[in-house]
Design a protein around this ligand. Structure first.
Ligand SMILES: C[S@@+](CC[C@H](N)C(=O)[O-])C[C@H]1O[C@@H](n2cnc3c(N)ncnc32)[C@H](O)[C@@H]1O
Length: 483
């Protein structure tokens, strides 16, 4: 949202049939893109509107106030051409985009290889002697088979996990994104694309979404299309393991070095530290209120009084992009809900996540195909039976992971070489004890091995407006008395 001109613009096609200006404003600015130009007077009006305890954001009276009336009168969308729609555009161009990607036309091959290189680099940065190598070696089998019981407090544990799983999981999420594009369900935003990775670990989903959108933008440029697609702007890992911070920081830093300037935002630390009691709405309110407090503190330092309402307006302008978003375009739970207990334990939090998607936003869960999932998936279906959310059956399928042969070989080679680099530095005792268990196949055979099947479960927020849960969160705190 930007200040400018003397009126409030909604872009062509912004208002949808039957939609009030207030609803469009919320959809465009609060829940999704920020494409609105608005004067201080409008800001003041909207701020008071949002924070008035009696206000209801589903209000449909188009002509109840000055700013609204002017917007309605000025909006070209009411009689303009049909709005551009992401879904039909995606379905029309998916085949060309994917053919281009798979033929090596875009960034996707170099993105995967630089990701593998960056993981190799951070292993070399951290594993410099036999002590650090032994620590990683000891964690190879636990991070392969017993992740649920690990707390990821040591960098060695995180590195053992990262070298075996990041590239593979990145590949799986990329396959899901490709399917979303084919089906016309990939969220396309112009100003802000927000992604939450729940139980992120080394955040393969965030790297995959980041890279996929950068490549999509490269295709748009290459094809001379005039479509505006923003890269991932908010990449938020949620994980309880403290050592992930260092690994995320080093991995993103290394990627930035290897790749040079890239479009989107990479994750440099965990954004949230526990799913227990987590809510997107609370995180948003907390960060927004702290932005307002910062503005008030700045005024205090200058010995100038500022009314909280104006502080909110200034904070809106200054830091909106930095606030925790009020809704996410993607929420991913990759290999997090691995048993019925964790699914039951976090039922409330997951249900809230289902209500925290922007309109058109996507929630993806991926996991294995083992017996324990026979209970997990139906439970997840039940938890996510929330208004506006629909299950995407054509995306919720079993797939063979990394089914592209050249990508699969690249990933296997990277895993095998990373493990070798650890055993080369280990003490003899540790190598003798762990290597025979960790390496059952010779390198050449291992590299040709197919990845297993995995299961995708996917939901979309079909609502055109934020859900009632979502809108309530905006109007709930009431720092301003009635206006
Ligand atoms: C198997 S790893 C999955 C990592 C990554 N998503 C992937 O696909 O490779 C599960 C992660 O969930 C995290 N985790 C477990 N319980 C959690 C909780 N209550 N809140 C946040 N993260 C949690 C663990 O720390 C671990 O990093």
């Amino acid at each position: 949202m930007a200040l400018g001109g003397d009126c409030f613009h909604l872009p062509t096609g912004c208002l949808e049939a039957g939609e009030s200006v207030v609803e469009a404003f919320i959809r465009e600015t609060v829940a999704g893109d920020r494409r609105v130009v608005i004067t201080p007077a409008h800001l003041a009006w909207f701020a008071s509107y949002f924070h008035h305890p009696a206000a209801t954001l589903t209000h449909t009276d188009r002509y109840s106030c000055g700013p609204c009336e002017r917007v309605c009168a000025m909006s070209p969308s009411l009689s303009g051409p049909a709005p551009w729609r992401a879904g039909p555009w995606e379905r029309e161009h998916a085949a060309s985009i994917l053919a281009w990607r798979h033929a090596g036309g875009g960034l996707s091959q170099s993105q995967l290889s630089t990701l593998c290189d960056a993981i190799g680099d951070i292993i070399h940065q951290n594993v410099t002697d036999s002590r650090s190598a032994d620590e990683v070696a000891h964690a190879i089998m636990p991070t392969r088979h017993h992740c649920d019981s690990l707390d990821f407090t040591t960098v060695g544990e995180c590195l053992a996990y990262a070298m075996q799983h990041v590239a593979d999981r990145y590949g799986r999420i990329t396959q899901v994104l490709e399917n979303l594009l084919r089906a016309g369900h990939l969220p396309i935003r112009k100003r802000r694309l927000t992604v939450l990775d729940v139980g992120a670990g080394p955040a393969p989903a965030l790297y995959a979404v980041h890279d996929f959108y950068d490549d999509l933008r490269a295709w748009v440029d290459d094809a001379g299309q005039s479509v505006q697609i923003v890269s991932a702007t908010d990449a938020h890992p949620l994980d309880r393991g403290p050592a992930w911070d260092r690994v995320l920081h080093q991995l993103s830093e290394q990627l930035a070095v290897v790749r040079g300037a890239a479009g989107g935002t990479l994750p440099f630390a965990r954004a949230y530290t526990d799913l227990k009691d987590f809510s997107v709405r609370d995180a948003h309110i907390t960060s927004r209120e702290s932005a307002v407090d910062d503005v008030i503190a700045d005024f205090d330092r200058l010995d100038e009084p500022v009314d909280r309402r104006w502080a909110q307006i200034f904070a809106t302008e200054e830091s909106k992009q930095h606030w925790a978003p009020s809704g996410y375009d993607f929420i991913v739970m990759a290999n997090f809900l691995t048993n019925i207990k964790i699914t039951d334990d976090f039922a409330d939090e997951i249900s809230k996540l289902g209500r925290s998607l922007t309109p058109g936003g996507i929630l993806v869960a991926i996991g294995g195909t083992g017996e324990q999932y026979l209970e997990v998936w139906p439970k997840l279906d039940a938890i996510l039976r929330v208004p506006g959310l629909i299950k995407l059956d054509n995306i919720s399928v079993q797939m063979q992971a990394n089914n592209d042969l050249s990508r699969s070989r690249l990933i296997r080679t990277h895993i095998s070489d990373s493990i070798s680099s650890i055993f080369e530095l280990c003490t003899d005792d540790v190598r003798r004890a762990i290597e025979p268990v960790a390496r059952k196949l010779p390198r050449a055979k291992y590299i040709e091995l197919e990845f297993p099947q995995f299961q995708v479960q996917c939901w979309k927020n079909q609502a055109h407006q934020p859900s009632r849960y979502h809108t309530r969160k905006i109007s709930e705190p009431s720092p301003i008395s009635g206006s």
